[in-house]
Design a protein around this ligand. Sequence first.
Ligand SMILES: *Cc1c(COP(=O)(O)O)cnc(C)c1O
Length: 427
Amino acid sequence: MSEYGFDTLLIHAGARPDPATGARQTPIYQTTAYVFRDADHAAALFNLQEVGFIYSRLTNPTVAVLQEKMAMLEGGQGAVCCSSGHAAQIMALFPLMGPGKNIVVSTRLYGGSITQFSQTIHRFGWSAKFVDFDDMDAVAAAIDDDTRAVFCESIANPGGYITDLDAAAKVASDAGLPLIVDNTSATPYLCRPIEHGATLVVHSMTKFLTGNGTVTGGVVVDSGTFDWSASGKFPSLSEPEPAYHGLKFHETFGPLAFTFHGIAVGLRDLGMTLNPQAAHYTLMGIETLSLRMKKHVENAEKVAGWLEGHAAVEGVTYAGLPSSPYHSRVAQICPKGAGGLFTVALKGGYEACVKFVDSLELFSHVANLGDTRSLVIHSASTTHRQLSEEQQIAAGAAPNVVRISIGIEDADDLIRDLDQALAKASA
Ligand SMILES: *Cc1c(COP(=O)(O)O)cnc(C)c1O
């Protein structure tokens, strides 16, 4: 399969006509359990000596097609689907971490990820050090003996900033650590982090991959290239697993160690499983990923360029604009374009932003991104309203900033809607 082009993989990777019925489209296997051939077959499956379906908390044929497709689209060896993007982040960290261990993460992250890493993971005894990833010396300096991973977004929230993944991968690799890249905003159409040295790629499939705001889902893709046994820092993968009679995942499964551990231990015990209905919606979305992303980028370039020239606008962060400090990284990291996500700062401040968001007719004010529909959110009065103004500014969500996720409508209609709302906001 891997000899095929990206658009062919979108349609065919992981999928084949259903062996039982010949159904051409991947069926939704709406079942919890699977009949064992006999007791020996059941024992072999439970011992991980044979691969097969036992129970849908671990594996399901519809979800398996999506896992194989995502692994191929990202150029990885294996993938584990999860119930949401946030579940995927915990599933990515789970085999690597332990009490007292930390991750070094970028300050430019999705708001929910900032909360997950700065607050919730403390309950597991894990912690995160937030660093500006435009300063790779600072990233290297933040790594200590207890660091187990380096984490960033390829095209980062909320401003569409582009991370120098090659530099981040070098810092991680020099320290003997895996680089985890959240590739949600870029999708593998725009950026393939494994080609830049990433070990693991995580996605919220809720966004551009499914593409139309219907279901939540996540995935962890493993490059299969990291040596989990080299340092003794990753005992879950390199040391005997008591729950499987002392099996060593890395020794037994090689480049599939992370994926097998994710299913056999992670999904088994954490239960953050993607259901087959949700996998179906995501499989439908992925078929048109290239067509949609092309239009998202084309529209974002037009709209961001128009907004930048508007008298009521203080600035636009879109990396596709020559004025962006991240513009020079487009060719290196995401040569097909800088995505569909950016922020706009209004001269009228907080009040103008609220008026602007309330006056839009075609754009929806929602806490989501990566939809076929164009979406906005005024972070300072919603997702980031609990933060101090100083924290809001550091997160790229200053009071005068609105985040925009450009859909695949006609760009001229989007511009007309923005124009009338800006007129009302600055009146
Ligand atoms: C939405 C999002 C997440 C979280 O994903 P959910 O599916 O909402 O759990 C993580 N990272 C990024 C970049 C996102 O946009």
